[in-house]
Structure formats: C-alpha cells, structure tokens
Design a protein around this ligand. Sequence first.
Ligand SMILES: Nc1ncnc2c1ncn2[C@@H]1O[C@H](COP(=O)(O)OP(=O)(O)OP(=O)(O)O)[C@@H](O)[C@H]1O
Ligand SMILES: [Mg+2]
Length: 340
Amino acid sequence: MSGAPIITLTPAPTLDRTYFVHNLIEGGVNRADGVSEELAGKGINVTRGLYLSGVKAPGVIPIGNSDPGVLARTGSIEQFIPHWVDGTLRVSTTIVEKDGPTTKVNEAPRPLSDSDWKEVVALTIAKVKENNAKWLVIAGALPIDKGTHTFVDLEPLFHAMHDMGVRVAMDSSGEPLKVYASKGLPSVIKPNAHELAETVGRDLYTVGDVIDAARELCEHGVECVLASLGPDGMVAVTKEHAWKAKTAPVKVINTVGAGDATLAGFLTAVVTNPVSNNDEFGVGFNVPLGVKTAVQYGAVSVTQPTSGLENLDNMPEAEITDNPDRDAPLEEVAHSAPTK
Ligand SMILES: Nc1ncnc2c1ncn2[C@@H]1O[C@H](COP(=O)(O)OP(=O)(O)OP(=O)(O)O)[C@@H](O)[C@H]1O
Ligand SMILES: [Mg+2]
C-alpha cells in the first residue's frame, strides 16, 4: 500500500446490518426475508469513494477482535488497516419494510481504552509516514476514552500531522467538531449547515450567514470550510475567498452518506491537481476545483440506494461561482441547538 496520498481514520466504525421484512409488526415477532451486512463509517465511506476514483486512501479502523472474519466477510480486507480491540464491533440496525418505511437503530460508539486509543494514533501516524501521505481524513463519531471518560483526544494526531506537513480534513459533529475547529487544528472541515450553526452557536438563515460562520472558523486557523447545503450544493470558504458550487437537480433515492461522497470528491480533485508554486487560492490546494468535484460526487451519491458510493457513473455537470448571492435563503433555517 505504499504511496497512498491520503490516509483515513474512522475512530468508531460500525457493522451496518440490514433486515428486509415484508410487513413489520411493531411489538411482534418478525421473520426477515434477507439480511445484509456492511462495514460502515464516515472515514470508511471516504476511503471507498477515493478508491473508486483511483486514489489510494487506506483506512485505519479500531475493530472488535471477537469477529475476526468481519473484514473478509464485508469485502474490506484490501482497503482497511485494523487495530484489533477486545470485544465486538458496534452494530447499526436497519429494518427495511417492503413498500414501507425504513427504521434505524444505531448503537453508540463503544468506549475505547486509553492504551487502545494510543495504539490507534500510533498506527495512523505510522501509515501516514509509510505512505508519505499528504492528507489525513478523520471522520465520524468519536468514542469515549475509558480512562478520561471524555471523547478520545485528537490533539496528538493533529500535532503529529502538523509536524509532518500533512493536512487534516475532519468530518465530525457536535462537541468534537466545535473543540477542534475553534482551535483551528483541521485544515479542512465539512460541516452541513446544521453542524456549522452548532459550531458557531447561532442560527443560520442565508448563504451570507453560512459564509460568515465559516469565515469565523477560518479566522481561528481552519484553512477551508466546506459547508454542504443538501440540494443547494456546497459553499467553500477560505480567509479570503468564497465559492459556491451546485449541480442541476437529480433524482434523489438516498441522501445518507452524501457528505462522505463530497469529501471523497473534493480530495480526489485536490490530490490529482496539485497547485503550482504561485498559489492563487491562498491555501495550497485548488479549492474551486475541489468544491465543484465535491458536489458532483454528492449528487451521484444521492441517486444511489446505498450510503456508500457504488460507482461514479452519470456524473452531472456542476456550476461554480466565486461571488455567491449572500441574500439567498437556505432551504431551511440551520439551527444551532442540537437535534436528536
Ligand atoms: N437532494 C439533493 N439533490 C442534489 N444533491 C444533493 C442533495 N442532497 C445532497 N446533495 C449533494 O450532497 C452533498 C452533501 O449533502 P448534505 O449537505 O446533505 O451532507 P451531510 O448532511 O453531511 O450528509 P451525510 O452526513 O449523511 O453524509 C451536497 O453538498 C450536495 O452536493
Ligand atoms: Mg455529514
């Protein structure tokens, strides 16, 4: 796996188990017509999206050793680097009723021991070094550290990446996003409008509000904020510039994982189109090409039934403007208060 330009880390992967039933009887005993299993998590989706693009991006995952066959069973051996921890993998259960609604029950991330987390950090740093990677993606929920009873600490990773000149792209939410974005530690973050509102602590009504919120985080040191706006595309904001990219409407089948697809698209574009020394974008990577590609990947993702990208066929065209209409209202108000 040498020479991968990107490494991903999914601190709390999950086994997605989907049951297909005919008629779901709530409170009754149901027999499944079929069951499928998939290894899932935001960094895992980004890794898969990047491999689809032909960009190597092995994914580090802490994973329960009680089920050692899980990688082979879910077709995940080639692209992932496990750190085996005691126990089983957490499970996210989906019940798909034929011609009916889909019900999901997601288990919270399992707490990790302090020593396991240190080993995950060391493994991630080692993989970045071994590959001479230029980007690390940290994506998804964070587990609780059994020693400190708070979220696992990402600072050692950020500092190690900084010392190696490796950029970190972070896609998380809630407290971890707020803490690390406020310290300006990630180079790139990809919040949706609600996550951005939560991070700055105020409601967002317009594209201008999104740009101002994103710029606040750039002032703290984040190089580029990719704020995704669902069907309205994405706004990319740096200290000095703002771009907005959008595709033509597409037939939406499943929007889960669209954000992960956008990050895969963004990184595909920036690693395959390095900027010249005369860095016209001010951050060392091609933000407009990145955001344009991001919305194309996002649009392809929503047309597919799975949460991960299946293929990159039927990529729609995207429009980009470097002068977004600040007064344009968001599809819906992005509230800063956490939602369930
Ligand atoms: N209805 C839609 N029509 C067209 N494109 C869409 C639609 N919804 C999402 N997208 C595309 O996918 C991108 C990401 O979507 P969204 O803002 O919903 O991400 P997200 O909330 O982070 O999703 P997730 O966390 O589930 O992966 C958007 O920027 C856009 O390019
Ligand atoms: Mg998201």
